[in-house]
Ligand binder design. Structure first.
Ligand code: ZN
Length: 178
């Protein structure tokens, strides 16, 4: 229930708005700069668990550097997720370029993201790992707002409303449940 009382710090069942910058190996790979802050519900695995845990207790206006080791982020690189495909079976209309992102349907018709990671004379190797698997993540996070969730948001376990990228959140949820 919305009590109308503004939360004082990040804790479970509080809606948190953050600006963030994600750095991997010294390179910025994601950032909320120029976009709406990311809004999520603390304590419901809306964001990667290692990040969520370290944001607990933060107040509005506070900035923290948060290191999330790979194990607490997208997990280790799975060698079984690297798949070699005979070049002859590779569709001709797809350009053979290193790091090219592809959507591949598996035998159950499920679409999965992959990247071309090796091009050899007779084979193409696709990597189905999450691009950030095996990587330690460095977040610079600033809390820009805190509010109580609506009853519905609390029930659903995620935030609703404008400026919220629902797809992103559902993607994260799926990653967490693996
Ligand atoms: Zn919902």
């Amino acid at each position: 229930m919305d009590t109308g009382k503004k939360p004082q710090f990040v804790e479970d069942d509080v809606v948190v708005s953050i600006d963030y910058e994600l750095t991997v190996d010294g390179e910025v790979v994601d950032s909320s700069e120029g976009e709406e802050p990311l809004e999520y519900l603390q304590g419901h695995k809306n964001i990667i668990p290692g990040l969520e845990r370290q944001l607990a207790g933060m107040r509005v206006g506070e900035t923290r550097q948060v290191l999330v080791p790979a194990a607490d982020a997208y997990g280790p690189l799975d060698p079984d997720a690297m798949v070699e495909i005979p070049r002859a079976e590779f569709p001709e209309d797809i350009p053979l370029e290193m790091d090219l992102q592809l959507e591949v349907s598996d035998s159950e018709g499920e679409v999965r993201d992959a990247r071309i990671v090796k091009i050899e004379e007779n084979t193409i190797t696709l990597d189905f790992n999450h691009p950030l698997a095996g990587q330690d993540l460095n977040f610079k996070v600033t809390v820009v707002d805190l509010r109580q969730p609506t009853a519905e948001e609390l029930e659903h376990g995620h935030v609703h409303g404008e400026g919220h990228d629902h797809d992103w959140e559902e993607e994260e949820l799926e990653e967490d449940e693996e």
